[in-house]
Ligand binder design. Structure first.
Ligand code: SF4
Ligand code: SF4
Length: 137
């Protein structure tokens, strides 16, 4: 049973295995212009999977990081929220096959609860979802 002892390990995995992070126009306007690819939909640049805003394992513009980053390790795919196994903390919780976390379990883990609230802001469907699978998709 997961507990409050599960914390973000500040490993940086969520920032060094990315392929361009999609941004809304509002999010893009708050970030350093040189770090953004603006042809088509705006995205944060990444080089070899590393986000251009990552600086020594920390986000150089943490206060203005986009919603995709605030929601991590959750992602919303095909109408459902999942938890990314790429996150070191999720990998630690993963047992075998599919590890399922209930909403009640997630609410006991402060950094996951915060990320879930961020996800719900953009995806009202998440509010009725009670179980979340840790997956590599
Ligand atoms: S914007 Fe910041 S939090 Fe998001 S991937 Fe880049 S470095 Fe990480
Ligand atoms: S959210 Fe997960 S992958 Fe990102 S820094 Fe924390 S433990 Fe690492």
């Amino acid at each position: 049973m997961p507990s409050k002892r599960v914390v973000c390990k500040k490993c940086g995995n969520c920032c060094n295995t990315v392929k361009g992070i999609p941004l809304s126009q509002k999010e893009a306007s708050k970030l350093s212009r040189g770090k953004i690819v603006s042809s088509g939909k705006p995205q944060i640049r990444s080089i070899g999977g590393v986000c251009a805003l990552l600086n020594r394992r920390l986000c150089a513009e943490y206060a203005n990081r986009p919603s995709k980053c605030r929601q991590y390790p959750f992602a919303f795919i095909n109408g459902k929220a999942i938890l990314e196994i790429n996150c070191s903390s999720m990998r630690e919780l993963h047992v075998r096959g599919e590890t399922m976390l209930t909403r009640a379990e997630i609410e006991k883990i402060p950094f996951l609860k915060k990320a879930l609230l961020e996800l719900e802001k953009e995806n009202p469907l998440v509010r009725v979802q009670n179980k979340f699978v840790i997956t590599d998709r």
